[in-house]
Design a binder for this molecule. Structure first.
Ligand code: FAD
Length: 350
C-alpha cells in the first residue's frame, strides 16, 4: 500500500490541469488513469470527429495547443497534445490503473483501491469524466428489437450504416453531426428528440458560454444530478448543418413511445421500420467508485461548492457539472488545488 497526500483519479483535461497546479505545492501526488495511453476520453472519439467539427479545445495550463490541421481526427490531435504536455511538465501518470472503490480508512485518510494497487491519501481529486458511463434511456420493448442498438460512445463512422434504415435519437451536437454523416450512406434516416431542438443563430460567444455554465452550476449547488454542459447548450447553425437543412435532413420527429422487433412506434399509431437505433443520449458522471463514501444527497446529486464536495472537503470533483468542458476543467483544476493546499497545510482538527 502506498501513502500520498493527494490522489488524482483520471488523466484527461481535468486530471492533467489539477496535476499541473499540484506540481509546485510540495505535496506528494499519485495520478491514476484507467486508459492505456494519454488523451483521456479523446483517444476514444469516433475517427470522423475532426478538429474542424469539435466545439474547440481550450489549452491546458502552461502549454499552447498549436492548431492542428482542421482535417485531423480529434482522436489523434488531442491525445498527442496531452502526451506532449505530460512529457513537458514531467507529469507521471500511472496507467492503466482503474480505481474500483474509495473508502474512509480508520485513521481519517481515504483508501483508494484499484485493479493495480491501493493508496491511502489525505485528499482526493476526482477527474473521471463521463465517457465510461454512456446513458441510454429505457423505452418499452427495447429488449425485443431485432436490429442493432448502439450509443454514440461506440460509433466508429458512417460506413457500417450503408444501406440501413437508421433512427438517430437525441437533440445535441453529436446527434446532428452523426445524423448528417450517416445520411450520406444510409437507405433512410429518422431524427427523433424529446424536446424541439433549439438552434442558435449567433456565434458561440464567451457570454453565452457563461450563461450555460451558470445553468449547470445552479443544479449542482441545489444537489441535483448535474446534466451536461452539452445538453444545456443550444445547437449552432454551422455550414454543415445549414446544408443539411437544405437537403431536408433535419426534419425532427418527437420521441417514439415503443420499440418493436422491427422498428419504432409512436402513440398516434405512426410506425417506422428500422435496422439501427443510434442513441446519442449523452453520458453520466463516472462516479461509481465513490459510492462507498455515500456522498450523494437526497436530490440525487453530490452537492458541491465550486469543486469541493460539501459533505467531505477532502474531496474535489473536477470536470464535473459546470466544469465539464475543456475550459471549465482547466479553471476547476486550479481552484481545487488552491483549496486543497490550504486544507492540507492547516493543522488537523481534533
Ligand atoms: P475525460 O477526458 O473523460 O478523462 C477522464 C479520465 O478518467 C479518462 O482517461 C478515464 O480513463 C479516467 N477514468 C475514469 N474512471 C476511472 C477510474 N475509475 N479509475 C481511473 N481512471 C478513470 N468539451 C470542450 O470543451 N470542447 C469540445 O469540443 C468538446 N467536444 C466533445 C465531444 C464529445 C463527443 C464529447 C462526449 C464531449 C466533448 N466535450 C468537449 C466535453 C469533454 O468531454 C470535456 O471537455 C473534457 O474533455 C473532459 O475532460 P475530463 O478530464 O473531465 O474527462
Amino acid at each position: 500500500m502506498s501513502e500520498t497526500d493527494v490522489v488524482v483519479i483520471g488523466g484527461g483535461q481535468a486530471g492533467l490541469s489539477s496535476a499541473y497546479h499540484l506540481r509546485s505545492s510540495g505535496l506528494d501526488i499519485a495520478l491514476l488513469d484507467a486508459n492505456p495511453a494519454p488523451g483521456g476520453a479523446w483517444q476514444h472519439r469516433w475517427p470522423t470527429l475532426r478538429m474542424a467539427t469539435v466545439h474547440g479545445i481550450f489549452d491546458l495550463p502552461g502549454m499552447r495547443f498549436a492548431p492542428p490541421s482542421p482535417d485531423e481526427p480529434a482522436a489523434d490531435a488531442v491525445p498527442a497534445y496531452f502526451a506532449a504536455f505530460e512529457r513537458e511538465f514531467g507529469i507521471d501518470v500511472q496507467r492503466p490503473v482503474a480505481v474500483t472503490a474509495v473508502r474512509n480508512s480508520r485513521d481519517g485518510r481515504l483508501l483508494v483501491e484499484s485493479d493495480n494497487g491501493t493508496w491511502t491519501t489525505r485528499a482526493l481529486i476526482n477527474a473521471t469524466g463521463t465517457w465510461t458511463r454512456p446513458f441510454v434511456p429505457y423505452y418499452p420493448g427495447q429488449e425485443t428489437f431485432h436490429g442493432r442498438q448502439l450509443h454514440t460512445a461506440h460509433y466508429r463512422g458512417p460506413a457500417e450504416f450503408a444501406g440501413k434504415r437508421v433512427v438517430v435519437v437525441g437533440g445535441g451536437t453529436s446527434a446532428v453531426q452523426l445524423l448528417v454523416e450517416i445520411a450520406d450512406v444510409a437507405a433512410a434516416t429518422t431524427w427523433v428528440t424529446r424536446r424541439s431542438p433549439v438552434f442558435r443563430d449567433g456565434p458561440f460567444t464567451p457570454d453565452y458560454g457563461r450563461e450555460v455554465v451558470a445553468k449547470v452550476e445552479a443544479r449542482v449547488r441545489a444537489g441535483l444530478p448535474p446534466g451536461s454542459i452539452a445538453s444545456a447548450t443550444e445547437l449552432s447553425w454551422t455550414p454543415q448543418l445549414l446544408e443539411a437543412r437544405e437537403r431536408g435532413l433535419l426534419l425532427r420527429r418527437p420521441m417514439f413511445d415503443r420499440i418493436v422487433p422491427d422498428g419504432v412506434r409512436w402513440r398516434d399509431g405512426a410506425a417506422q421500420d428500422v435496422d439501427v437505433i443510434l442513441w446519442c443520449t449523452g453520458f453520466r458522471p463516472a462516479l461509481d467508485h465513490l459510492a462507498p463514501l455515500r456522498l450523494r444527497g437526497p436530490r440525487g446529486g453530490i452537492v458541491v461548492d465550486g469543486t469541493r464536495v460539501v459533505a467531505d472537503p477532502r474531496i474535489h470533483l473536477v470536470g464535473y457539472g459546470p466544469s465539464a468542458s475543456t475550459v471549465g476543467a482547466n479553471r476547476a483544476g486550479r481552484a481545487a488545488v488552491r483549496e486543497l493546499r490550504a486544507l492540507l497545510a492547516a493543522p488537523a482538527q481534533v
